[in-house]
Design a protein around this ligand. Structure first.
Ligand code: MN
Length: 519
């Protein structure tokens, strides 16, 4: 059982119960998938372990790690959800069912579907843990994509770029995004990948030597100033992100100054600004390239000070200055804080790391039911009572990407915007072939039928929800698969107006009834 130990050892403070639970889930998964193999010929369990390891490394709760081990058990091993609940509890069942629903759609590359898919992902993933499990699942699938039949690879790679990398970005998980993008890039656009990789190899050696030199100069300067608590780091730009930037700059690599960037990580915000001064004093900064993302964070919560300077030996280099906490957030996004622990006491890794509970991710933490407030904390979002914090969001009062998601964003109150407008006003359901239909909440199969086509709506004879026949006034829920049974002789009924919600459906029903009367 060395593999279970590997998973548990990645968690920072697993209790004896956590370990036992994960052990049990591992045995359960091994049994459920014992006849399955991956395309690589490896036992299927390898994939489940890899997913669970990813989650453990992000320090997710035991329940989330367990859900990682079981994430394919409903879909691929026909385990009934009830059994998962019986063995591992309601929460694990909820997470596994959430991941199963997300897995049911297929990316078809059509522009009009792309935005719906993103909406769907966010809606069905209204518990962010579902999305994070899905991201770790996808990461391992991308790492093993070479074993997948060739004709499937490009679709999966494009889906990864368009959907999953975008989701990782929106959750602020820079590390996951970069890895997904670079793995997918090779399969999605092999020619561009080769070219970009060569360009980066040629360029990065020289740049890295330059960064090393600058870093030495900087360390000496810090010593003179008596600053001792810091570290430096480099980051080489991801290949896919470099390629996109190249496209924006007309293919001219000379115009890209952040192929590699020097990172300076300081202990607090005042020191970050002090370092910005030191850097701009040591090296000539480029005009209009000093960016204060601490005062004005990016829409996904990213914070840092950036400056681009002439290195003095003919080069131009970007320097990124941030605190340790900002650094963790930039790399791991919402998972940077240990917010999934079932009870994070004073010994939790978050408090050991000095992590503050208030951050730019509070809005998304509110999506996570497992996020515990301390008993003396009021119900209001943490961000609100921290008056000295600057507004972290755009002028509409919500993270900008959320504004892209719907037409219901006028209300400036973040909590209301998230909970009420996005997740409570719309439902996202599937056609049997996996296309997504976006409907108002409390919609019925009739609304669904008319949303597909008026001919279908006008001839509804029955409806199946997730494979079962249901009455036509059944309310649709997020993730339902809806199938409409039509008959030529069927026609709209007056009583449909009692439960049809969309104006489209209601108009068609009324027209049909009117026509009927005239005949
Ligand atoms: Mn999987």
């Amino acid at each position: 059982m060395a593999n279970v130990k590997d998973i548990i050892s990645l968690m920072s403070a697993p209790s004896a119960e956590d370990s036992a639970l994960i052990q049990r889930a591992h045995e359960f998964a091994a049994e459920a998938h014992k006849d399955h193999k991956r395309f690589s010929g490896e036992p299927y369990l390898v994939h489940l372990e890899a997913t669970a390891k990813g989650l453990a490394a992000l320090d997710m709760s035991a329940n989330t790690v367990v859900a990682g081990l079981l994430h394919d058990s409903i879909e691929d091993a026909n385990i009934p959800p009830e059994r998962i609940e019986k063995e591992f509890g309601k929460e694990v069942r909820f997470l596994v069912e959430g991941v199963t629903k997300l897995g049911r759609f297929k990316y078809r590359g059509a522009e009009r579907h792309r935005e719906s898919l993103r909406k769907l992902l966010v809606a069905t993933g209204q518990d962010a843990r579902v999305l994070i499990i899905k991201l770790m699942d996808r990461l391992h699938n991308m790492q093993t994509l070479s074993h997948v039949p060739e004709h499937k690879r490009q679709r999966i790679a494009l889906e990864t770029l368009e959907i999953y990398a975008a989701i990782a970005h929106r959750l602020g998980m820079g590390v996951v995004r970069r890895e997904l993008e670079d793995l997918a890039f090779e399969y999605a656009f092999p020619e561009e990948y080769k070219k970009t990789k060569q360009l980066l190899t040629e360029r990065s050696k020289e740049t890295l030597e330059r960064l090393e030199k600058m870093s030495r100069t900087l360390r000496k300067e810090f010593a003179k100033e008596g600053m001792t608590s810091f570290h430096t780091d480099y980051r080489v730009k991801g290949l896919y992100s470099l390629q996109r930037k190249l496209n924006r700059k007309g293919g001219d690599i000379e115009k890209i100054y952040d192929i590699a960037a020097l990172r300076v990580i300081m202990k607090d915000i005042p020191e970050c600004y002090r370092v910005l001064g030191i850097v701009n004093n040591l090296w000539q900064p480029l005009p209009n390239k000093i960016k204060d993302y601490i005062a004005f964070p990016k829409p996904n919560g990213y914070q840092s000070l950036h400056t681009t300077v002439f290195s003095g030996d003919g080069g131009i280099v970007e320097v990124q200055i941030r605190t340790e906490e900002m650094h963790r957030e930039a790399e791991y996004g919402i998972t940077a804080h240990v917010i999934y622990k079932d009870g994070d006491g004073p010994d939790s890794p978050a408090s050991r790391a000095g992590g503050k509970r208030t951050s730019s991710f509070d809005w998304i933490k509110s999506l996570i039911p497992g996020f515990r407030r301390s008993p003396n904390e009021p119900e209001t979002p943490v961000a609100k009572k921290e008056a000295p914090k600057r507004t972290r969001y755009g002028s509409f009062g919500g993270p900008e990407w959320l504004a892209d998601l719907g037409d219901h964003m006028e209300d400036p109150d973040i909590e209301r915007t998230l909970k009420t407008d996005i997740f409570s006003h719309r439902v996202f359901v599937f056609t049997p072939t996996g296309d997504v239909v976006d409907l108002p909440i409390h919609s019925s199969p009739i609304d669904f039928a008319y949303a597909i086509h008026s001919d279908i709506g006008d001839h509804v004879a029955g409806a199946k929800l997730n494979g079962k026949l249901v009455p036509l006034d059944t309310e649709l829920h997020n993730g339902d698969i809806v199938e409409i049974v039509t008959k030529k002789a069927a026609s709209p009924k007056t009583k449909w107006l009692d439960f049809a919600k969309t104006s489209l459906a209601r108009r068609h029903i009324r027209n049909a009834i009117e026509k009927d009367k005239k005949v």
